[in-house]
Design a protein. Structure first.
Length: 399
């Protein structure tokens, strides 16, 4: 049974230090946190007319300049078909070529933003793409739903773009998918016909504010309410939902209680502060130590204050199962990505190891971000990977 939740948005700080906190709660517990600068210049998802500055052959990449003199990384290994605005029109890039590009990954530490010529126009249920001009279906959909949705979405395909059907489309009526397709196609058409006539370095498409666009990643049955106590945020969300997700507009609510703020009512700041700490206590008295490094994230499970009186084998299995559930929540909460290595408490019994791995896999499947449980090594370390979507929560707060 799916858990129902609430999306809460508040503003913190004064003027130049202002930031927006977004928190998604399931059954009263925070499972996702995001921090946005109120006046940040957002790049992710935006589409620009960029100019190739130079080609770096030894890493098979190009660097492309976009609005504001920002240099972005463009991979030549992906064998994309360049979306030329001005240039030699061949498949081989040259300095000075002008391309239509979309920012596909934010700058991370010393790494430049990444851009692609495979333009994506995402909705809540569908994504239109200029890359592979075919139909794609989310792997998380059941076979029955895949067949139903294939019949609905195949007529949407054109020579200009392909269509990806998202997990959110499960059980959604065809007429709602048709309505969203028409909305996204209108945006795509404007970019591809009008945007390309703008001057070099121009921004031809502005992605909605990240705190608003993030709503489309929440499944319909998971989201009961969207609540904010900030008038400007409320207005922005109202406009976004009216255009992109009119079916969810009725879930938006403005919180006006003066005696108890939205932050204090749900403990949003307290959850944020806790999510920035290395140590995470479990109800049993055991705890996790979460340490992101440059190359990967290391998680250590410790018995801590656990005061169990059962046999050692049962004790270790119980702690590990509790840790697996909390680990899956912390990955979402902190937005950790890349390679993650977990050192659970050692268990020699193969049956117990399988029970742990099965339980962890079930928990990871609840994550809307693609997360893959790789294996348990001979040393008992569990390896998994999580797709990079945005900066980690810590990086968002420190930005």
């Amino acid at each position: 049974m799916e858990k129902n939740g609430k999306l809460l948005l508040i503003k913190q700080g004064e003027e130049a230090q202002e930031r927006i906190l977004s928190a998604f709660y399931e059954d009263g517990k925070a499972v996702e946190l995001s921090c946005f600068g109120a006046s940040d210049t957002q790049l992710l998802g935006n589409i620009y007319i960029g100019k190739v500055k130079n080609i770096v052959k030894n890493i098979e990449a190009a660097f492309i300049e976009i609005e504001g003199g920002i240099l972005c990384y463009y991979s030549l290994r992906e064998h994309e078909t360049p979306f030329y605005i001005k240039g030699n029109k061949s498949s081989k890039l040259s300095p000075g070529d002008e391309l239509l590009v979309q920012v596909s990954r934010e700058a991370v530490k010393t790494k430049a933003p990444t851009v692609t010529c495979n333009l994506n126009f995402p909705g809540k249920y569908l994504v239109l793409t200029t890359g592979k001009k075919q139909l794609g279906l989310s792997a998380k959909l059941s076979q029955e739903e895949k067949e139903r949705l294939r019949g609905i979405a195949e007529p949407f395909l054109t020579e200009k773009f392909g269509v990806i059907v998202r997990t959110n489309a499960a059980q959604i009526p065809g007429e709602i998918l048709q309505e969203e397709y028409q909305r996204i196609r209108g945006i795509c058409h404007r970019v591809l016909t009008e945007g390309i006539h703008q001057s070099c370095f121009s921004k031809v498409y502005q992605e909605p504010p990240a705190y608003a666009a993030g709503i489309r990643n929440l499944r319909k049955e998971q989201l009961l309410e969207i609540i904010t106590d900030e008038p400007h945020i409320y207005e922005t969300l109202s406009q976004y939902l009216s255009v992109y997700q009119p079916e969810d507009l009725g879930k938006l609510r403005f919180y006006q209680e003066e005696e108890l703020t939205l932050d204090r009512l749900y403990g949003i700041t307290a959850n944020l502060n806790q999510a920035l700490k290395e140590r995470v206590w479990l109800k049993s008295g055991a705890y996790l130590i979460i340490q992101p490094t440059e190359a990967l994230t290391v998680v250590d499970v410790n018995t801590g204050k656990y005061d169990g009186h059962k046999k050692l084998r049962e004790t270790f299995l119980r702690i590990n199962l509790e840790a697996a559930q909390e680990l899956a929540r912390q990955l979402r909460l902190r937005n950790l990505s890349g390679i993650i290595v977990v050192d659970f408490i050692d268990m020699e019994d193969r049956e117990d190891q399988k029970t742990l791995m099965d339980a962890l896999e079930r928990e990871l499947k609840k994550d809307p971000v693609k997360t893959v449980l790789v294996d348990m090594t001979p040393l008992g370390l569990v390896e998994l990977t999580r797709k990079k979507v945005r900066k980690t929560l810590k990086e968002q707060v420190e930005a």
